[in-house]
Design a protein around this ligand. Structure first.
Ligand SMILES: Cc1ncc(COP(=O)(O)O)c(C=O)c1O
Length: 396
């Protein structure tokens, strides 16, 4: 079967693939500790569900404007002003089916063949492929764990070319959980300031913070706001992954372009989910706070547990819900007579023989690491640590 050439440049999402393999094993009755998912285990808050029930009962089940219902766009503007100090008008907001669609629409609306987008590694797996699907080229700037996974401004300067159309920032980041410091953000701002490109800030994990404050690029460089595209959504903060609710805010021409893409592809995000998102944004914040307290306890338990294992080292993440463990200390040891040489091989052994699902670092642009999500109960995390210990003990 002949398929489009553009598909040859992209790969299936390895996180989704590993997660479904682990879930398939679990469905067969195999006792798998699944630490591969990128979604909260908490249920969607009741007041959010109730708003969806009310919308259904009221017959709010028809098309809405592609851009989203006016009251939701207004609520998003209020949220951006309150939380991020950003002033956008509702016309600068597009409601999408998840942050993912916002990013996809952005790439389709802005990028041409030959254009480049700077992506910092380790990166969320979808960024480079979304750029490629638009015919453009992701330019990867590597970061170092000892710098808190923040990019070196000189490396950004070297990566910028006349073809650079955008830079993507993600703090707290997936897969590292790193939160950029003021200095790190200033470094990025200084590097891109003289260059005519857009800045995408993917703030999807902004509420999941364990230490100190989180700043955005707009806090350190207000002069760059006119070329800022904010992407966010309800999935992580409100445990609403399945509802598919996200949004983007940015310069009018960019948002209009993204709307055009959406007009001719999916039209509006679900009308019912929009009402639920409205309730989430207008509702109390204590459900988020409760989740964060629990995530912090899980983070401490799990990351400290990882660091107690000989050959595994893990930086304490300041945000999101991922432990990004450096497993290179296990390389060279052997399992069943075969030397360990990579994180993919290690992840496969871990799933097949020890029944723990994590995601190898290579697809995140960081070979040598395995990402474990800690969005599961402390009991399950403890069990996972026990099995990781079994693996370490089994290596020679
Ligand atoms: C960094 C990052 N951005 C965006 C998303 C998109 O999430 P959603 O489409 O559910 O809003 C994810 C989901 O895993 C993510 O990790």
């Amino acid at each position: 079967m002949k398929l489009a050439r553009r598909l040859q440049a992209i790969k299936p999402s390895p996180t989704l693939a590993l997660n479904s393999r682990a879930k398939a094993l679990a469905a067969q009755g195999v006792d798998v500790v699944v630490l591969a998912a990128g979604e909260p285990d908490f249920d969607t808050p009741d007041y959010v569900k109730q708003a969806a029930v009310d919308a259904l009962r009221a017959g709010f089940t028809k098309y809405t404007p592609t851009v989203g219902i006016p009251e939701l766009r207004e609520a998003i503007c209020r949220k951006l002003e309150k939380d991020n100090g950003l002033r956008f008008t509702p016309e600068q907001v597009l409601v999408t089916a998840g942050g993912k669609q916002a990013l996809y629409n952005f790439c389709q609306a802005v990028l041409d063949e030959g254009d480049e987008v700077i992506v910092f590694a380790p990166f969320w797996v979808s960024y480079p492929d979304m750029v490629r699907l638009a015919g453009a080229t992701p330019v990867i700037v590597n970061t170092r764990e000892e710098d808190g996974f923040a990019p070196d401004p000189d490396a950004i300067r070297r990566a910028l070319t006349p073809r650079t159309r955008a830079v993507i920032i993600n703090s707290p980041g997936n897969p590292t959980g790193a939160v950029y410091s003021r200095a790190a953000l200033q470094g990025i701002a200084d590097a891109v300031r003289g260059h005519d490109c857009l800045i995408v800030t993917d703030d999807i994990y902004e509420k999941l913070l364990y230490t100190g404050e989180r700043l955005g690029i707009s806090d350190v460089a207000p002069d760059l706001v006119p070329r800022l595209v904010v992407v966010n959504g309800m999935s992580k903060a409100y445990s609403m992954t399945g509802w598919r609710m996200g949004y983007a805010a940015g310069p009018r021409p960019v948002i209009n372009g993204m709307q055009l893409v959406q007009d001719q592809s999916t039209s509006n995000a679900s009308s019912i989910a929009q009402k639920a998102a409205l309730a989430a944004l207008n509702g109390p914040t204590d459900t988020i706070a409760t989740m964060v307290v629990e995530y912090r306890a899980r983070r401490d338990l799990f990351v400290n547990g990882l660091n107690a294992l000989d050959g595994i080292r893990c930086r304490m993440p300041e945000g999101a819900f991922y432990a990004f463990a450096d497993v290179r200390g296990l390389y060279g040891r052997s399992y069943k007579g075969k030397a360990i040489t990579g994180s993919m091989q290690l992840s496969e052994i871990l799933l097949d023989d020890f029944r723990v699902a994590g995601v190898p670092g290579d697809p995140f642009g960081a070979e040598g690491y395995i990402r474990f999500s800690f969005v599961t109960s402390r009991e399950v995390l403890g069990k996972g640590l026990g099995r990781l210990n079994d693996l370490v003990q089994a290596l020679r």
